[in-house]
Design a protein around this ligand. Structure first.
Ligand code: NIG
Ligand code: FE
Length: 415
């Protein structure tokens, strides 16, 4: 990626910095003042990083630096989608019709749909087709102002199949403007061609994970810890191995039933536990004590007709709360992170300020990127978007309708 020269964006009506949260390294108890909004602002970028910012006119010594007129738009930190599944082939729109007719996710899966049907389509797709599909989806995230994406494998299931998907995700990261954090979701389901669940878990644990580490193919590992998929006990060897290898842990937790996944996430010191519709107060308390970020995925509740996660439970416990899309072919086809934020506000109970921090600063924390992403303060990556909204407050009320007029990653135009 080319490195940008210095320039200043001026005439910004509101610059959202998240500076108070960054300064205090705080991820909870977020109120409006924590957003660090500078009115009538300017933002200086040098070598892909935020160099300085302020209110009014930039100081005189900056007169020679090229200017871009924001024309009174709002500047947001680049949004971070900390949970999505962008690599797959096929289409499960037919399952949505079944859901409308009253079938549950589990009934559809038992009848041959669900994850297994996407696994078949994905295995049958060529590598170049998968790369193109993934790139196209990442471009759509970019159009919504997403500059960092956590991208999961999980539709290969099996040694070579998962390695292929992870390699495509790494290749996609080279050719899209976003930063991609890659997650090996090898325990997404037991594939139809596995000899047994135990044998599958052993192979993934003992063969796939070391190979993923050796080739540098993933930053994280994930599992679908859910009744009918994997129990916490099923995942113990897998996550212990991941930890030994220095891979971080993220978990699909308690989406349909409470299987103790939140407490297990705390035990494994996961960076995040995601979904959490059915998590108990005890599970939330265990997560808070271990610093596990709760990632809310309200698009899945909407699209799969299941309950929304109760954010109050996680706020009361003291968990950091992020929001992501969960974009995937079956349970949620949402790729609009601003709409995910509004759904989290309306249905999960976040304030507008909490929702904005949830797709920037706290999402960065969940990916352990809070030293350079999720805020616009000096030294941080110059990832940001310009939105023609009347004020920052309008963003949460907008239902994701307004697309950014420009998106920058590391100081370069990305869109
Ligand atoms: O996050 N819950 C597990 N995985 C996805 C859905 C996968 C699928 O149905 O293809 C999710 O909702
Ligand atoms: Fe998911």
């Amino acid at each position: 990626m080319q490195v940008s020269h210095s320039f200043i964006i001026d005439n910004i009506s509101e610059l959202i910095t998240m500076a108070p949260l960054q300064k205090e390294q705080r991820f909870t108890r977020i109120v409006a003042d924590d957003l660090g909004i500078i009115k009538d602002a300017w933002l200086e970028i040098a070598d892909g990083k935020v160099a300085a910012c302020g209110s009014g006119q930039p100081p005189g010594q900056k007169l020679g630096i090229p200017r871009i007129d924001a024309a009174r738009q709002i500047v947001f930190p680049g949004f971070i989608d900390a949970h999505c599944h962008p690599i797959f082939a096929g289409n499960r729109a037919g399952e949505f019709a079944q859901k409308l007719a009253g079938k549950t996710y589990q009934q559809i899966a038992a009848a041959g749909g669900g994850i297994q049907s996407t696994v078949r389509a994905t295995r049958n797709a060529s590598t170049s087709e998968l790369l193109e599909l993934t790139q196209t989806r990442l471009q759509r995230f970019l159009r919504h102002g997403v500059t960092t994406v956590e991208a999961k494998s999980g539709y290969g299931l099996g040694l070579d199949h998962e390695l292929r998907l992870l390699q495509v995700l790494r290749d996609a990261a080279q050719s899209t403007p976003q930063e991609i954090s890659v997650t090996c979701l090898a325990l997404h389901a037991v594939p139809f061609d596995a000899a047994s669940k135990d044998q599958f878990i052993d192979q993934i644990t003992n063969e796939l994970l070391p190979e993923v580490k050796r080739k540098g193919l993933a930053d994280w590992v994930d599992a679908f810890v859910e009744t009918g998929y994997f129990t916490p006990a099923d995942c113990d060897k897998y996550f212990t191995k991941a930890k030994d290898l220095g891979l971080g842990i993220r978990i699909h937790a308690d989406e349909f039933l409470d299987s103790g996944a939140a407490a297990a996430a705390a035990n494994w010191q996961a960076a995040s536990a995601d979904h959490l519709q059915m998590t108990s107060d005890e599970g939330a308390a265990a997560m808070a004590a271990a610093g596990v970020v709760a990632i809310l995925l309200p698009g899945t509740s909407l699209y799969s007709k299941i309950p929304y996660t109760n954010a109050a439970r996680f706020k009361a416990a003291g968990c950091p709360i992020a929001v992501a899309t969960d974009f995937n072919p079956g349970s949620c086809v949402l790729d609009n992170i601003s709409l995910a934020a509004t759904l989290a506000a309306v249905h999960c109970g976040l304030s507008g300020s909490e929702a904005l921090a949830a797709v920037t600063w706290v999402a960065a924390r969940s990916l352990r990127l809070e030293h350079r992403k999720g805020a616009l303060v000096p030294g941080f990556d110059a990832d940001f978007s310009l939105f023609a909204l009347g004020s920052a407050d309008e963003w949460i009320a907008d239902l994701g309708r307004t697309l950014p007029s420009a998106v920058y990653r590391r100081g370069n135009r990305a869109d």
